[in-house]
Design a protein around this ligand. Structure first.
Ligand code: TEU
Length: 543
């Protein structure tokens, strides 16, 4: 691997700003609220914050529909608040990563407002248009949030293409003027001192709707390399592309150590293992645990020495992992810690989603009236129209809705969990009186303290960054275990992924010093429900 990059032993914390901390009583989180919590994040020990979008937006998709890439939406504050956040983060050794939504803009962006005026307008080709006849769509492509992917504009006699909501028209990356506008904007943010970028659905920018290609298009890596060359490579940034279509082969291009594309990508192969194969995430199935081990092991082996993994269970689009694959009842604390140890022992850059470090759970909202996410609301309507039983639709939403991750951060046991003095935009999880930061930050046995130790271990032992991965117990129905090895150190991670007892009848006999466990005492060869252990064995070089 070429010389080390700072983000190879960094840990990133994702903030969903509208749900993190409200400093004004608006009921929505804001930048000043984040600034007020930087000391909490510094105590956790993270190195960078990934902010979901805070640029000007009509908020049709909670900010992933940007109408001004160079200004902050008043909901969240001002540009000077952002400059203050960057400066205050820097004082604490915390970089700020912005979420760039480059596949599409808002339909209220001036570019689109102009583009709709006429076919001859200089901005018309900033977007993807098709001549046609009203009611006869160019093809049967569907949008991710439901309905056709084509919207009719009568005054033009054309359709425009939108992979997401009708208010998120796709940008035309074939147009060099679009690309140059984007590069100039990124350089403008780099000038302001941001520490990196997360690239929203970046593998969808090289689209070819005529051939129904929406990700991994033929020109994708050409565009990404130009983007990287014209912007990112001019700084010392972390860049992470969201790539639902990533596989281990193209991930070697995305995360090539030569820096020609990104630092890494978010790949989602492990995320789709609890849905009926070939169906949607809403079509629930039990997690295929053996497949989970195979998939994570495959990605560890495939990118070792020739690429770089991101490591995550959660984000603002995913249900909370302790409810999804852990146990949010009797063993919430043990399973939250086990899932953390399992992930943070792997090779790559770990991402912690706000509240994950507290063991926050899914929202448990049984009434569609409580949901705010466009994807969830549209799913509910479309599936009822298609004849699904509402009980089944609500079961899908309670398991997989993005709103599960978007309930307000739980700071303390005061009203609204200390998130706001106003009316929260989305209901606070009623378990906030038990699960909150104030109850955990000074408790050495809390989930928060466990995450703090994991983050510190990554800084202390080189094996977390460099160690080669080997899977143990590959066929065991309960144990997820592996080693990471360098010439000097071997890390052994042993996890019981389930709620029964698991017997350690293989693996290293002398794994060395116990670094960390989620039980007070450690008993020989039996792992208790969701028990996790991390061992370290050090060798003097050459022995
Ligand atoms: O998500 C891409 C995306 O496809 C997911 O929304 C996916 O459809 C689903 O929600 C996961 O189960 C990115 C952003 O992370 C998401 O918040 C945006 O809504 C979307 O792009 C459009 O910008």
């Amino acid at each position: 691997m070429s010389q080390k990059k700072w983000w190879q032993n960094a840990v990133v914390y994702q903030i969903y700003p509208r749900s993190f901390c409200d400093s004004t009583g608006s009921g929505m989180g804001d930048l000043q609220g984040i600034i007020g919590k930087l000391d909490y994040l510094a105590k956790l020990g993270i190195d960078a914050i990934w902010l979901s979008p805070v640029c000007r937006s009509p908020q049709d998709d909670n900010g992933y529909d940007i109408s001004d890439y160079r200004d902050i939406d008043p909901l969240f504050g001002t540009l000077s608040d952002m400059e203050e956040l960057i400066a205050e983060g820097k004082k604490r050794g915390i970089r700020i990563i912005l979420d760039l939504v480059l596949n599409h803009s808002s339909d209220e962006h001036p570019w689109f407002v102009e583009a709709k005026k006429s076919r001859e307008n200089p901005y018309h080709d900033y977007y993807v248009w098709k001549d046609g006849v009203e009611g006869e769509y160019p093809n049967d492509m569907r949008a991710c949030f439901g309905g056709p992917a084509w919207e009719w504009v009568p005054e033009l006699g054309q359709y425009y293409f939108h992979q997401f909501s009708v208010k998120q028209p796709d940008l035309n990356w074939e147009n060099p003027k679009v690309r140059q506008e984007i590069y100039d904007m990124i350089l403008w943010w780099m000038e302001k001192g941001v520490g990196g970028f997360r690239l929203d659905v970046i593998d969808q920018i090289a689209k070819e709707p005529d051939r129904k290609i929406t990700n991994n298009g033929p020109r994708l890596h050409e565009f990404i390399r130009e983007l990287s060359r014209e912007t990112f490579q001019k700084g010392d940034l972390i860049t992470v592309g969201e790539a639902w279509g990533a596989n281990t082969e193209n991930a070697k291009l995305y995360s090539n150590p030569d820096g020609s594309e990104f630092s890494m990508v978010f790949q989602f192969e492990h995320i789709g293992l609890d849905q009926i194969p070939g169906k949607e995430k809403w079509d629930l199935a039990p997690l295929d645990f053996l497949k989970l081990k195979q998939v994570l092991a495959k990605w560890q082996k495939a990118l070792h020495g020739c690429g770089w993994n991101s490591l995550f269970w959660n984000n603002h689009d995913l249900p909370r992992i302790v409810s999804r694959w852990g146990n949010d009842g009797e063993y919430r604390v043990e399973s939250a810690k086990m899932l953390a140890a399992l992930l943070h022992g792997l090779q790559g850059t770990p991402y912690i989603y706000q509240g994950e470090e507290l063991g926050m759970t899914n929202a448990g909202m049984a009434d569609i009236a409580d949901y705010r996410d466009i994807e969830s609301v549209n799913l509910h309507r479309e599936r009822l129209e298609a004849g699904y039983a509402e009980a089944d639709v609500m079961a899908s939403l309670m398991a997989k809705s993005r709103d599960n991750a978007r309930t307000p951060m739980q700071w303390d046991d005061s009203e609204n969990a200390g998130f706001t003095t106003g009316t929260p935009w989305l209901k606070v999880n009623p378990n906030y009186q038990e699960i909150n930061a104030a109850a955990q930050v000074d408790d050495p046995d809390s989930v928060f303290s466990f995450y703090r130790r994991l983050i510190a271990l990554r800084k202390e032992y080189a094996v977390f960054v460099d160690g080669e991965f080997e899977l143990l117990y590959a066929e065991d129905p309960d144990i997820f275990a592996y080693t990471r090895t360098t010439p000097e150190e071997t890390l052994t991670v042993l996890c019981n992924f389930h709620g029964g007892e698991a017997v350690l009848n293989a693996g290293p006999k002398d794994p060395g010093e116990l670094l960390l466990s989620n039980y007070q005492d450690v008993q020989g060869d039996r792992l208790r429900p969701y028990e996790a252990r991390m061992y370290l064995k050090r060798r003097t070089a050459g022995v």
